[in-house]
Design a protein around this ligand. Sequence first.
Ligand code: FAD
Length: 483
Amino acid sequence: MKQRTIVWFRKDLRLHDNRAFIAAARRGEVVPVFIFAPEEEDVPVGAASKWWLHHSLQALSEQLASHGIPLLLRKGTSKEILTDLLAETNADAVYFNTRYEPAIRRRDSNLIDYLKAKEIDVQTYTSELLFEPGSITNKQGEIYKIFTPFWKQARTQYVAASQAIPPTLTSGVPDQVSVGKLQDLTLLPNYLWYKKLNAYWRPGEQHALEKWQDFLNTTIMYYDDERDYPAKDGVSGLSPYLAWGEISPRMMWHDISELLAYQDINQEQEAYGQVEAFLRQIVWRDFAYHQLVSFPQVINQPLKPEFKAFQWLEDEQALTRWQKGLTGYPVVDAGMRELWETGWMHNRIRMVTASFLIKHLLIHWKEGAAWFRDTLVDHDVANNIMGWQWVAGSGYDASPFFRIFNPVTQGDKFDAAGDYVRKWVPELASLPTKYLFAPWTAPKEVLAEAGIVLGETYPNKIVDHKAARERALATYHEMKEVK
Ligand code: FAD
């Protein structure tokens, strides 16, 4: 009899270079299952993530079906579901790729012990990161807290080649086993906001791979020059695919290495730098996971303990204005509206909007992280938390708190022609660019000509930049004085 393995799909919703799936397929028959177990997650699964997951599971089901294999869909407790499935299918092994969030790690470790005690063959694989957390260390064997030395060290490491899917795949799912319905996972929110996302995204491995090829053929060649400008098409837009494991980071690493080895690029420093800048960026993702595994408290607590004394404000009204993109600062509002409309926001603008919430409004970064978690299609615990602690100044490798982004000059610098703000804040579209990032500086007649009445057609600014900056610095200095 052929050996039969349950492949437990998690945040690895692809077939290419999926270590657990490929190892199981090499072993014999496969029983693929996805278990939606929201109460086992470290943080709630956000609405945008659920929308993505729904469509991604649909795509994976179709792909497996094209090989004659059903994807089993289940909702509930992982342990119970796996136990039942082992009995129903007579499988003797469970394979899966490692996840790194603290509660998930504890759950998985308990499950491994439990399954092994039942004499089930359990195998786990590093498939979603380039390097297993803890494997990149300094000469003393210590974890890096700062990114640049981590990156330099990572750059010298061997990354195993991506693995090919075996030519024949065989289903191990007996006919009598129920496949389960995607609708029964109730992933789509019961309000219609998510429908907008259909216009911007096509989840699934196949689209991930197409987008990647497009990016490799075009944008990557000027990535370093353009990646900071939100109106430009200068970044990959691959984050949700990476977050759900629809594309293999190892495959990306090797494709980039090949590109870097081309003579034309290899000999031209400028082109080499553009491409390598992208590689560096995907290594940030690994860095975030190394931090999460080494310092799991990062999810809820500042990594620099002095920040525990920081005096945050509770201001529901200000939080709502920030979430809705009604702060009266056009760059901030453009970002928050882009997020609400598309489930994604450009990295430069993530930094500006996060800084505004934390420093101009003195609202706790956890509130911002929770909003991002719910609305980002690419939400990823490690990246999101690292991003927020970076902006707050409380992470290990963070921007100092006293470096406070000026939301007006950020517009001048990174959206010089005003295209980004005009797109997302259309009520300001007719304002000349020199006033666009600070509409309150425009003369009355200019505002009138552009059809703008501040406080009516567009909000008055929620705080004054200079005063807010001083208040933030004073709060920071008070915190520093607490012993
Ligand atoms: P590209 O520029 O094309 O980069 C390619 C990939 O590299 C990204 O998809 C991502 O996986 C990785 N990457 C790039 N920049 C970073 C970074 N600064 N940190 C970690 N990984 C990076 N990223 C998420 O994937 N999920 C999040 O929930 C998330 N939350 C964030 C919150 C804040 C406050 C900030 C400042 C940043 C956050 N980021 C998050 C990081 C970054 O903004 C996004 O990864 C990036 O904007 C995604 O767009 P892209 O795929 O086009 O990026």
